[in-house]
Each structure stands twice: as structure tokens, then as C-alpha cells.
Design a protein around this ligand. Structure first.
Ligand SMILES: [Ca+2]
Ligand SMILES: [Ca+2]
Length: 264
């Protein structure tokens, strides 16, 4: 009996200490600000609605498909720091870490510290309203904040706009549907050189399958998406028969481009 009692007590103690540890872990979980991305404008905002101040020294935003445009990045550095209008950080100078032509990373930091108060936002969108996210169907942004204690915290990522859904593959004018208005974008884009472009940039010129080349395979992807959305009859109206002529036209275009690229 005494043995059973000791086992029961031991189990209760272990359960209790595990639950205390779990509660402590929850209590100590770092507050996570939100990186909000507007699908329509490409605007990016860091928002602190954690209920507490978050003190940061740097942040980075990254994208595997290269969906970041540094020319449309309203960095704290030079815009809203002590050398800019001071609206985000009036006390410190910020420095960009990422290179000007980098589509995969936007990062910057300060040797001081930014008190990111609860309820406030850091707007990384220029006054033009057109922000650094390059519109495409892949929503892969990741954001890390470096805190003053040296730890990193991942921001929560929220995409907003376009009816709450990612853009469909084939929606090349980003109006929320795949239809005849997307066709000219594909048609014209397939004749362009995609060399040196990120996957997100190439998508905007019609590289729908993300292989870095605009050719007949993208035409096929578009056709499938269009027929699925609008039916075969609408497709036949859009690209009159014989459709094969168009296919060969694009195939020829792809081959000619490949040949041209090899010769350079
Ligand atoms: Ca569209
Ligand atoms: Ca392609």
C-alpha cells in the first residue's frame, strides 16, 4: 500500500511540475508583432498589437521566390529614423543590411534600440502607396525581429486583400479572376527575356510554372486555368482555332529566346 501511495504522489508531483513549466513557457513566450502584407498595393506594415512594448534593434523580411522590391521599400533608415522625419525612431540612426538589388531579403538595424510601443505600426510602404511586396500567387514572406536582449522573434504574417485569398495562378493583372484581361499580359510577357529576374518577377511576365522560362508550358498552364474558370467555349473565343498555331508560335518564341540567350 505504501509503495502505491509513493507512486501516486510521484506521478502527481511530476504532472504538477510539468504543468508549471508549461505555464511558465507560455508566460515567457515572446510577444509577436504582425507583418501585414497588402495583396493589392504590395504595402507592408509591422504592427504591434501584442499589448506590450517590444524593443527591437533590427528586423529582416525574406522571400524564397524573390517577392521583395527594394526600390519600393520605405526603410526606417533615411526615411523615418533620426536622419529622416523621425516618425518611427526619432532617437537612432538605422542602417540597411540588405543589398539594393536583393529581391529575397530586406533587412536593417540600429546600434541603438527602437521602442516599438503597443498599438503602433512601422509602415514600410512609401508615400506613393505602392509597397515592396511583388504580387504573385506564392505567399512566402518570413519576418524576424531581433530584440534588444539578442533573441530573435518571428513576426506573425498576415496577407490581406483580394477577398482574403492568394492570387490564382494565371491572374496576371491581379484583379481577382482569371479571364480575358489576363491574356494580353501572358502573350506579351512570353516574348520578353526573363534572365536575371526572381521567380516572383518572372511570374508577372507570364512564367506561370516558375521554371525561369516563358514558353509553351506556361501557355498550357494558363489555358487550363482559363478553361477551368470560364469554360472551353470562352477559350475558343479568346484564342480562335486553330489553337495549335498559337502553341507553335509560343514554342517558336521560347526556342528563339533560348537560342538567343545561349549565343550571348
Ligand atoms: Ca485577372
Ligand atoms: Ca515557365
Amino acid at each position: 500500500m505504501g509503495h502505491v501511495f509513493r507512486v501516486v504522489v510521484a506521478v502527481v508531483l511530476v504532472t504538477w511540475s510539468v504543468s508549471i513549466a508549461a505555464r511558465r513557457a507560455v508566460a515567457q513566450a515572446p510577444p509577436r508583432p504582425v507583418l501585414e502584407v497588402n495583396r493589392e498595393s504590395g504595402g507592408i506594415v509591422l504592427r504591434n498589437d501584442t499589448g506590450q512594448r517590444v524593443d527591437i534593434v533590427a528586423y529582416s523580411i525574406s522571400s524564397g521566390v524573390g517577392a521583395l522590391n527594394p526600390q519600393r521599400w520605405w526603410s526606417i533608415a533615411g526615411h523615418t529614423d533620426a536622419l529622416g522625419d523621425g516618425s518611427v525612431d526619432p532617437s537612432n540612426i538605422w542602417f540597411k543590411f540588405s543589398m539594393p538589388g536583393n529581391n529575397s531579403d530586406l533587412s536593417e538595424g540600429t546600434i541603438g534600440e527602437l521602442f516599438f510601443s503597443s498599438g503602433s505600426v512601422i509602415d514600410l510602404t512609401p508615400p506613393t502607396g505602392l509597397g515592396p511586396w511583388i504580387r504573385n500567387p506564392v505567399e512566402d514572406l518570413v519576418a524576424q525581429l531581433k530584440l534588444t536582449d539578442g533573441s530573435d522573434v518571428a513576426a506573425l504574417i498576415e496577407y490581406v486583400g483580394d477577398g482574403g485569398l492568394p492570387f490564382e495562378v494565371g491572374d496576371l493583372n491581379f484583379d481577382g479572376s482569371v479571364d480575358e484581361a489576363d491574356w494580353p499580359v501572358l502573350r506579351d510577357g512570353l516574348l520578353m527575356d526573363l534572365g536575371g529576374l526572381s521567380q516572383a518577377q518572372a511570374y508577372q511576365l507570364g512564367d506561370l510554372n516558375g521554371d525561369g522560362v516563358g514558353d509553351v508550358h506556361d501557355f498550357d498552364v494558363f489555358k487550363r486555368a482559363f478553361v477551368s474558370a470560364n469554360g472551353q467555349a470562352a477559350w475558343s473565343q479568346l484564342v480562335p482555332e486553330p489553337g495549335a498555331v498559337w502553341v507553335w508560335f509560343f514554342l517558336w518564341g521560347g526556342l528563339a529566346k533560348a537560342r538567343h540567350q545561349r549565343q550571348r
